[in-house]
Write a protein that binds this ligand. Structure first.
Ligand code: MN
Length: 196
């Protein structure tokens, strides 16, 4: 086995009331686990020393017949591993230093949150909304399915907008899911990724 499902850094019910226990349990132990299992099956006969990120950045070097599968399942594993670390049950304030960076790009923290939520709401179908670090500064982007945004910049904040991420609690109300997500963002971790 080349890839592992990392332990969830909190209990299934820790993100309540903003993300319910059943959603976190199914999302992590069924959806995320399936991406890891499928990915391991796809690459079981390959010899490589790539990290997951390197693997996803070098899909063209893989046998043609597994490229799509690795992109989807490897992306699913990468995105969810990041997502769980970006969430926390401990209410966190954003640091002054990182807030200044946000304000420089988006004018204010409120503007940033509005633009991020808007991007997530407008994204059609399954996908992710991201805050990425680029040479030109911070940007909000979305990707379809389990695509990663490596070609656009370094991901530092990721929010899953697949229905499986919110449907049990919020049903069709993706906007409510997104406006509640700010209560459980691990700003310390986001800032760490920004500084790396
Ligand atoms: Mn998901």
């Amino acid at each position: 086995m080349k890839f592992y499902l990392e332990e969830l850094p909190y209990s299934y019910d820790a993100l309540q009331p903003f993300m319910d226990k059943e959603t976190v349990e199914i999302h992590y132990s069924k959806h995320h686990k399936a991406y890891v299992d499928n990915l391991n099956k796809l690459v079981e006969n390959l010899n490589f020393n790539y990290s997951l990120e390197e693997l996803l950045k070098n899909l063209e070097n893989l046998p043609k017949e597994i490229v799509t599968g690795v992109k989807n399942n490897g992306g699913g594993h990468y995105n969810h591993t990041l997502f769980w670390k970006i969430l926390t049950p401990e209410k966190q304030e954003i640091s002054k230093e990182f807030l200044n960076e946000i304000n420089k790009t988006f004018g204010s923290f409120e503007n940033f949150k509005n633009q991020f939520e808007e991007a997530g709401k407008k994204h059609f179908g399954s996908g992710w909304v991201w805050l990425i670090k680029t040479n030109e500064g911070l940007k909000i982007v979305t990707t379809p399915n389990q695509d990663t945004p490596f070609n656009l910049g370094k991901p530092i904040l990721a929010v899953d907008v697949w229905e499986h991420a919110y449907y049990l609690k919020y049903q069709n109300r993706r906007a409510d899911y997104l406006s509640n997500i700010w209560n459980i963002i691990n700003w310390q971790y986001v800032e760490k990724l920004y500084k790396e």
